[in-house]
Design a protein around this ligand. Structure first.
Ligand SMILES: *[C@@H]1O[C@H](CO)[C@@H](O)[C@H](O)[C@H]1NC(C)=O
Ligand SMILES: *[C@@H]1O[C@H](CO)[C@@H](O)[C@H](O)[C@H]1NC(C)=O
Ligand SMILES: *[C@@H]1O[C@H](CO)[C@@H](O)[C@H](O)[C@H]1NC(C)=O
Ligand SMILES: *[C@@H]1O[C@H](CO)[C@@H](O)[C@H](O)[C@H]1NC(C)=O
Ligand SMILES: *[C@@H]1O[C@H](CO)[C@@H](O)[C@H](O)[C@H]1NC(C)=O
Length: 344
């Protein structure tokens, strides 16, 4: 059980003396320079790890303001209060996962100007206040996955110019504002899987020239519109499986010259536009299985010297046009079993 009773400075001093004596007694001379709160472990210098307790009473733990790493988990339901991390201007990593945080007060992270990682995974957050992240200009990783977010303010990430990894997966997002990622020019990983997205607005990914991994599986996307992906010159991995995609715009992948892995399985594709993968020279893995594909266009692939695996099982293909496969010289695995109508 977490004890969070308010401790006056004298008591804190007594604690400090006690822990100093204890350390000396145990010969742990390299141990903490601060008294570790009772509910916490302070194994490393400048770091504290606490579990259990009340989300609303974090300030009362009395954590030193000069910590660089804080990990709090398995806290009860409640609202994160605005003074929880007051004065913690050197904090670099803040992990607040696996709890029941339902809301966060505006200003809660305003002092955390050195923060590089913020993890709020596996909570019950439904909404984030508008300017919550505006002071986190050095933030590199933001984990908001496995919450109950239904929408996000269009300016939510506008100050996060150094952000490299953004995890929004497993929420209930149905719509994203077109300008949401505009200032995230350094983003390398974006995970939006497991949401309720039915379409992505034009221009959403217009500034992500450094994005390497885009995860969109397990949504309800119905189409891939032209131009949506055209700025993603560094993209290597694109996961679009388990959506409701019926149509893909011709040339949708033409600009993705670095693309190595593409999953389109478990969608509603009945046909593919001609020459769809003509410029995907670096593809090594392509999955198309479990789509109601009736036939493949005569020209589909360019010279895909690196393509090792192509999964076409669970489709309605009757024949595989030999010509279409002529360019796939290095194919090691062609999955076509359980395509009941395949005869040739
Ligand atoms: C952090 O503050 C404590 C006092 O609260 C002090 O003993 C310790 O030396 C400080 N650590 C650093 C790295 O400044
Ligand atoms: C999202 O989808 C899930 C299941 O598909 C559903 O339970 C939930 O109500 C949806 N949420 C929104 C905001 O549409
Ligand atoms: C294609 O892949 C190779 C090796 O994996 C890599 O060296 C090359 O830069 C990639 N091409 C592009 C356009 O990314
Ligand atoms: C093979 O690739 C070349 C370009 O690399 C393309 O012009 C040609 O149409 C492709 N052939 C087939 C049958 O897909
Ligand atoms: C198709 O192949 C994939 C990959 O091996 C597999 O996960 C999937 O279950 C297969 N689907 C069918 C209908 O056989």
């Amino acid at each position: 059980m977490l004890r969070v009773a308010y401790r006056p400075p004298a008591a804190a001093l007594a604690d400090m003396l006690r822990s100093a004596l204890l350390c000396a007694a145990l010969g742990l001379l390299r141990a903490q320079p601060f008294p570790c709160p009772p509910a916490c472990k302070c194994v490393f210098r400048d770091a504290a790890q606490c579990s259990g307790g009340d989300v609303a009473r974090i300030a009362e733990l009395g954590l030193p303001v000069n910590l660089t790493h804080i990990l709090l988990f398995r806290m009860g339901r409640g609202t994160l209060q605005s003074h929880s991390f007051s004065g913690m201007t050197v904090l670099q990593r803040l992990m607040l996962s696996d709890s029941h945080i339902s809301a966060i007060a505006p200003g809660t992270f305003d002092d955390l100007i050195k923060l590089k990682t913020l993890r709020l995974s596996r909570n019950k957050i439904t909404h984030l206040p508008g300017a919550l992240l505006d002071k986190l200009a050095l933030l590199e990783q933001l984990f908001l996955d496995r919450n109950e977010l239904k929408d996000i303010d269009q300016n939510m990430f506008q100050k996060l110019v150094n952000l490299q990894e953004l995890f929004l997966n497993q929420n209930q997002l149905a719509l994203l504002p077109a300008r949401l990622f505009t200032n995230l020019g350094n983003l390398k990983v974006l995970d939006l899987s497991g949401n309720n997205l039915t379409h992505l607005p034009q221009g959403l990914l217009g500034t992500q020239a450094k994005l390497e991994k885009l995860v969109l599986h397990s949504n309800q996307l119905v189409s891939l519109d032209s131009g949506l992906l055209s700025s993603l010159r560094a993209l290597r991995e694109l996961q679009l499986d388990r959506n409701h995609i019926r149509s893909i715009a011709p040339g949708a992948f033409d600009q993705l010259r670095s693309l190595s892995s593409l999953t389109l399985s478990r969608n509603h594709l009945e046909f593919l536009p001609s020459a769809l993968f003509l410029y995907s020279h670096n593809l090594t893995l392509l999955t198309l299985f479990e789509n109601p594909l009736e036939e493949l266009p005569k020209v589909l692939f360019g010279e895909l010297a690196g393509l090792h695996e192509l999964w076409l099982n669970g489709t309605r293909l009757r024949t595989l046009p030999a010509a279409a496969f002529r360019n796939l010289s290095r194919l090691r695995a062609l999955g076509v079993t359980v395509s009941p109508r395949l005869s040739a």
